[in-house]
Design a protein around this ligand. Structure first.
Ligand code: FES
Length: 561
């Protein structure tokens, strides 16, 4: 078995009958193979099959592995527990990867945000009175050491953590990892279904295990973390807080907190829990606060974006679009705000695309087609290409369209089955028509959301003063490529701001300022939820949005209910 360890945590394994370096015989345990390559596999049970953390995704060679064990009964698709999975063949190729940790390309500082921890008046809920550590004025500890708070943006695909010193507002450390709940499906509906069937909170426990490892790796004593603020879409947030998510998956798609508020049992959709109950290794009396959700699938991440981009105090007409597995859309200003959530799926984050991958080292992030039809590519980390991430896919689609190699319907000209981007050392990276179809559907959902929200607001794209592209993916997109394929409205570039991860910025603001936290609690109550599923034009918008062509406002007028 020949194996290759890269910093992107890809483990490429070839089985041979030789004793070459990295080779292993039949019956080798995948966990041990990974360790011998220097890959640290998350575990809390020392390979006993109990913690469920040693997850690997098999990319190739599933049939060369031993049959799933009873400990793996909770896993579907190509996921295995590496401590339970053995090589069951003498030759062949197995490729797999662990959940990626700490190397996602995360923007540590969003750009051009109206509010940030640099211009914020510090007034955290956790304060000090001599050696007494107070939470909302009540003593929870005695310590002369630093006081820390933790912000988390809990995405369907990626989890981002930021550790702050609550006395100075400074960022002490940050971390990120792929959401290990992927074994429960790649989108929120699949996770809801999994959690409802499972009934044992396995998704929450697996995430808590990964979180604990990440927290313990911070350069501070975990018990010096006295408060944590969590943002995420409604499903991710509620799963984390151990709330039932079944009603979010059923029409009319409401979080249990929203239902309880409507019934008068609570006054806010925000949630508070004790760190110990959430299985976190921070101070046992630490408070974990989940920002309020807006409504339905429009979650606490959208609320956090609104806080960071200060839309509630904005006179101009602005839009915020955070493209992800669930795309968040917010349009408005201090007078009126509309919000929607689009189930776009993971294609633009590299999911369901044959050679797709997240924005990690080794991902093709830029593509240009030269006049001789060869490809000029830019790879993250300036290394051999391993796959293509969202910004590279958008560039590639735009170039194929611009050079006439693909039409607006996503069909390749000249009857080609696939378009090869690069082929080196036997590693061919390509785009197929079925990949284009996945991307077209993701784009169609985003465009349908944009059209529905603007239609309900009563404004055109051209009326916008500012269009914020939020999120790690939005930060790295080529604006021109995105406009050419119609992923974003075809408005003047001067109105478009790529602001990075505004959700984590909003979580930090809520952690550092009780005033801002109170403000967002009040603002979410006046946001109007634009329910895409009930919009009679949604399907027409979606079908039109699947085409690769620039997006203008005047087109919806042609579509009648
Ligand atoms: S290491 Fe704990 S289940 Fe595999």
């Amino acid at each position: 078995m020949v194996a290759d360890n890269t910093t992107a945590r890809w483990m490429s394994v070839e089985l041979h009958c030789s004793q070459e370096r990295g080779t292993a015989a039949r019956d080798s345990v995948l966990f041990d193979c990974a360790e011998s390559l220097g890959i640290k596999v998350p575990t809390s049970c020392r390979k006993q099959g109990k913690c469920k953390e040693c997850l690997v995704e098999i990319v190739q060679g599933m049939d060369l592995l031993s049959a799933p064990t009873p400990q793996e009964a909770h896993l579907k698709g190509n996921f295995r527990l590496s401590c339970s999975c053995r090589i069951a063949a003498d030759s062949g190729v197995v490729r797999c990867h662990t959940m990626r940790r700490g190397e996602m390309r995360i923007e540590r500082h969003a750009l051009e945000l109206p509010v940030s921890n640099k211009n914020l008046r510090l007034e955290p809920a956790v304060t000090r009175d001599g050696s007494r550590i107070l939470l909302d004025g009540a003593e929870i500890d005695q310590s002369d050491g630093p006081i820390h708070g933790l912000a988390m943006d809990l995405g369907t695909t990626t989890v981002v953590l930021r550790l702050l010193n609550l006395e100075t507002g400074e960022v002490v450390a940050d971390s990120s990892f792929e959401n290990p709940q992927r074994f429960g499906g790649s989108d929120v509906m699949a996770r809801i279904h999994y959690d409802t069937q499972d009934g044992s909170k396995l998704l929450q426990r697996t995430l808590a295990g990964y979180l604990s490892h990440a927290i313990e790796e911070f350069p501070v004593e975990p018990h010096s973390i006295y408060e944590m603020v969590v943002v995420g879409n409604s499903t991710m947030r509620d799963l984390f807080f151990r709330l039932g998510v079944y009603p979010i998956g059923q029409s009319p798609y409401r979080s249990i907190t929203e239902i309880e508020m409507a019934e008068g049992h609570r006054t806010t959709t925000s949630v508070v829990e004790n760190a110990r109950r959430l299985l976190l290794p921070i101070h046992p009396k630490a408070r974990v606060y989940g920002l309020p959700i807006i409504s339905g699938h429009v979650g606490a991440d959208a609320a956090a974006c609104m806080l960071a981009l200060d839309i509630a105090n904005e006179e101009r007409l602005v839009a915020i679009m955070d493209i992800g597995t669930n795309t968040e859309l917010i349009v408005g200003n201090k007078h009126k705000i509309l919000a929607a959530s689009c189930p776009a799926g993971p294609a633009f984050e590299g999911g369901r695309v044959t050679c797709g991958m997240p924005g990690l080292p080794g991902a093709i992030e830029r593509v240009k087609i030269r006049p001789d039809s060869s490809m000029d590519i830019g790879v993250i980390g300036d290394r051999a290409a391993e796959g293509i991430c969202g910004s590279g896919l958008v560039d590639l689609l735009s170039e194929l369209l611009g050079t006439g190699q693909m039409n607006a319907l996503g069909r390749f000209e000249n009857n080609e089955e696939r378009i090869v981007v690069t082929s080196k050392a036997g590693n061919e990276i390509f785009l197929s028509e079925s990949d284009v179809n996945e991307l077209a559907q993701a784009k169609g959902a985003n465009v349908a959301g944009l059209r529905a929200v603007f239609n309900e607001y009563g404004n055109s794209f051209e009326d916008l003063d500012l269009f914020y592209l939020a999120g790690g993916f939005g930060r790295h997109l080529s604006v021109d490529s995105s406009k050419r394929i119609g992923l974003i409205p075809n408005i003047d570039n001067s109105k478009i701001r790529q602001v990075g991860n505004a959700a984590i910025e909003g979580a930090c603001i809520a952690l550092l300022s009780r005033t801002k936290r109170a403000e967002i609690e009040s603002v979410v109550k006046r946001v109007v939820h634009c329910r895409l599923e009930t919009d009679p034009n949604f399907f027409d918008y979606f079908v039109e949005g699947c085409q690769f062509k620039p997006l203008y406002s005047h087109e919806p007028a042609a579509i009648q209910p």
